[in-house]
Design a protein around this ligand. Structure first.
Ligand code: SAM
Length: 235
C-alpha cells in the first residue's frame, strides 16, 4: 500500500484534510497510508528550535537542517527509503504526470517549508526534489503537500467511486488536455438551458460536442496546451 508522509510544523492543519472525503475513505479502505509528522518533535534543545537567522543577513528565518534530517531518517528507518519532495516556489511545477508516478510509488515524503524556507543543504544531503505548486507564494508548504497527496491518491485504483472519472479528467493524458463543461438538473435554471445535444441520447454527437467544447476552452484559457494536439482533433 502506498505511504505518503508529510513533514510539517502544523500537523493539526494537515491531519483533518487527510482524514476527510476521498483521502479519508481511501485510508479507511486500506488503499493508502497517510501520516503527518511534526519535525519539531526531532529537535534536541529545550526550546524546540526549528529555525534560525539566515547567514548573509536579510529578513525572516530559515529552517535548520537537523530536525528535518532526523525526522526523515527516523521515517526511513521505520519504513524504508522514500521518494522525497520539498515544497518550494522555485521548484519544478507540479503536473499530473508526477501525480501518476506517485500513485504507483511505494513511499513518498513531502516536506512543507515555512518562514523563508529550509536550509539548502537539506536538499543536497537527503536528495529532495523541489516542487512548486505555481507562480505564487504561500506562507507554508502544507497546502501544496496536500494537493500532491490528493492528486496522487485519486489515481490509486479503488479510491474514486467511479474509475472512469480520473481517466476522463483534465490532464489525464488524452488528446484533449482540458475537461469539457458539465451540466446537471434542472434542465432550465434562471433562464439558462442545458445544451440540447446533451439531452439527445446520441452518444457520438454528445462526444463530438464535448470535444469541441473542451477545445474551445483550451483556445480561450490555455492556448499553450494546443501544441500537444493531434492534427485530426475536431474544430
Ligand atoms: C513564505 S514561503 C518561502 C518563500 C521563499 N522565500 C521564496 O521567496 O521562494 C514558505 C514555504 O511555503 C511553501 N510554499 C510557498 N509557496 C509555495 C509554492 N508556490 N509552491 C510550493 N511551496 C510553496 C514552501 O515550502 C516554502 O518553503
Amino acid at each position: 500500500m502506498p505511504l505518503f508522509a508529510i513533514l510539517t510544523l502544523f500537523p493539526e492543519a494537515v491531519e483533518p484534510y487527510l482524514g476527510a472525503s476521498i483521502l479519508g475513505l481511501a485510508r479507511e479502505r486500506g488503499l493508502v497510508q497517510t501520516v503527518a509528522v511534526d519535525f519539531r518533535d526531532f529537535t534536541r534543545d529545550r526550546h524546540r528550535t526549528v529555525d534560525d537567522r539566515p547567514f548573509g543577513g536579510g529578513p525572516g528565518m530559515v529552517l535548520r537542517p537537523e530536525p528535518i534530517a532526523e525526522a526523515v531518517e527516523w521515517l526511513e528507518l521505520r519504513h524504508g527509503p522514500f521518494r522525497k519532495l520539498a515544497m518550494c516556489p522555485s521548484g519544478r511545477p507540479f503536473r499530473q504526470e508526477l501525480a501518476g508516478e506517485l500513485a504507483s510509488a511505494e513511499r513518498t515524503l513531502i516536506l512543507a517549508g515555512r518562514y523563508e524556507g529550509f536550509d539548502e543543504r537539506v536538499r543536497e544531503e537527503l536528495g529532495f526534489e523541489l516542487v512548486s505548486m505555481g507562480d505564487f507564494v504561500l506562507s507554508g508548504g502544507e497546502l501544496p503537500a496536500l494537493c500532491i497527496v490528493e492528486a496522487a491518491v485519486r489515481l490509486i485504483p479503488g479510491a474514486l467511486g467511479d474509475e472512469e472519472s480520473a481517466v476522463r479528467d483534465s490532464f489525464a493524458g488524452g488528446a484533449l488536455q482540458l475537461d469539457h463543461p458539465h451540466y446537471t438538473r434542472p434542465r432550465v435554471w434562471r433562464g439558462r438551458e442545458v445544451p440540447e445535444v446533451l439531452l439527445s441520447g446520441d452518444h457520438a454527437q454528445i462526444d463530438r460536442w464535448r470535444r469541441a467544447a473542451a477545445l474551445h476552452r483550451m483556445r480561450e484559457v490555455r492556448p499553450d496546451l494546443l501544441s500537444n494536439q493531434p492534427t485530426n482533433t475536431p474544430h
